[in-house]
Design a protein around this ligand. Structure first.
Ligand code: T5A
Length: 210
């Protein structure tokens, strides 16, 4: 039997990575083989591209180059990691996937959605998630969480996190619109509560797959 493919989406600091880790543990406790991955990243090449996307400031990618770099990283991850894992019956949980491209490069940067759909389908060979958990927080909460993390880890915001509030408001709106268009695949969770409160909702949203 093929594995299930679950993705987590949302704006900056919405708490995906925190919830993804808990989900892996919970699914493994139920006896599933689980592979955790993230986008951009998850293969050597894709991690190299991740570094360029997040930190290149001397010659920052223009919007179209940014899109193509995200898609190149995704093509490599799908072909070499996600597909083989699903075929082997492993459940794959990904911290971001295609919806991030529509939200960030489409709604955020303003690239045409019809072009994005075609290019994305080509990159991921038509692979779609079985379930997408959208963690929704307002821009203020997201900024506050990131500031707190930066202070705790002595780091600074990356190139994309530094985009202005209007950009982040557009992509949030984009995620919510996509969720309204595909209610059977995308579950929206209000994620401003504590990690335990959010986890309860995340676990419940998995019921149809388990
Ligand atoms: N991108 C990505 C695109 O533009 N297009 C694409 O196609 C793709 C795939 C990736 C960047 O690339 C962009 C989106 C991103 O800008 P990234 O570093 O992977 O960069 O960034 P994020 O995916 O945004 O991941 P983050 O780690 O920054 O945020 P998370 O995963 O949402 O949040 P998390 O769990 O790390 O939590 C953030 C902080 O908040 C705390 C955590 O402890 C942590 O300090 N926290 C909470 N605090 C209070 N209450 C809660 N419920 C909390 N949950 C977590």
């Amino acid at each position: 039997m093929k594995g299930r493919f679950i993705t987590f989406e949302g704006g900056e600091g919405c708490g995906k990575s925190t919830q993804v880790r808990r989900l892996k543990e919970a699914l493994e406790a139920e006896g599933h083989e689980v592979l955790l991955t993230r986008e951009p990243g998850g293969t050597r090449l894709s991690e190299l591209i991740r570094g360029l996307l997040k930190d290149e400031r001397e010659d920052p990618p223009c919007d179209r180059a940014e899109l193509l770099l995200f898609l190149a990283a995704r093509a490599q991850l799908v072909r070499n990691v996600i597909r083989p894992a699903l075929d082997a019956g492993t459940w794959v949980v990904s911290d971001r996937f295609s919806d991030s491209t529509f939200a960030y490069q489409g709604y955020g940067r303003g690239l045409p959605l019809d072009v994005l759909r075609l290019a994305n389908d080509f990159a991921c060979e038509g692979l779609r998630p079985d379930l997408t958990v959208l963690l929704d927080v307002d821009t203020e909460t997201s900024r506050a969480r990131l500031r707190k993390r930066e202070a705790a880890t002595n780091t600074t915001a990356d190139r994309i996190e530094q985009a202005g509030d209007a950009f982040h408001a557009r992509l949030r709106q984009g995620f919510l619109e996509m969720a309204a268009q595909e209610p059977n695949r995308i579950v929206t969770i209000e994620a401003s509560g504590t990690p335990d409160e959010v986890w309860e909702k995340v676990w419940k949203s998995l019921t149809p797959l388990r």
